[in-house]
Write a protein that binds this ligand. Structure first.
Ligand code: HEM
Length: 126
């Protein structure tokens, strides 16, 4: 699991806000991912991903206070997540992680996690 000091080391809330906001700017323009999101407003989905990542990396536990146990694989079952969706998600996240103000060790650690997490969310062979 994540080192509990990562959140503080990289600069806390503003850094996580920035990464997740940039990710959702990409999602909004993505022809594979955008149709998966049931809501017209991506803001609430952005908040949930941000809160989850903040918690995972040792920040505030607001995600679980509001949403309970993450159970992310289960929560993604309503959406078809095949290799194409996984790659689209990672393509959007790569932009966000590359543009974030992180030192190279933290960037590599975060990117490694994103690839692992995206692979673990796949629930379809096609
Ligand atoms: C929710 C798509 C990977 C974290 C969602 C939703 C969609 C989605 C459509 C519902 C939007 C909403 O919350 O209203 C995808 C796709 C992925 C992917 C296509 C491709 C692999 C990931 C990964 C993570 C993640 C890797 C974590 C690192 C979340 C979280 C929520 C969510 C925290 C909100 C769960 C909740 O509390 O209801 N995702 N996702 N997703 N996703 Fe993903």
């Amino acid at each position: 699991s994540a080192p509990q000091n990562f959140y503080a080391e990289v600069g806390g809330a503003p850094v996580f806000h920035g990464i997740v906001h940039r990710f959702y700017e990409q999602v909004a323009e993505d022809e594979i991912l955008r149709p998966l999101y049931p809501e017209e407003d991506l803001g609430p989905a952005e908040d949930r991903l941000r809160m989850f990542l903040e918690q995972y990396w040792g920040g505030p536990r607001t995600y679980s206070d509001q949403r309970g146990h993450p159970r992310l694989r289960m929560r993604h079952m309503p959406f078809k997540v095949g290799p194409i969706e996984r790659d689209a998600w990672l393509r959007c996240m790569k932009v966000a992680v590359d543009e974030a103000d992180l030192d190279e060790q933290h960037r590599a650690q975060l990117w490694h996690y994103m690839q692992y997490a995206a692979a673990s969310m796949v629930n379809s062979d096609f």
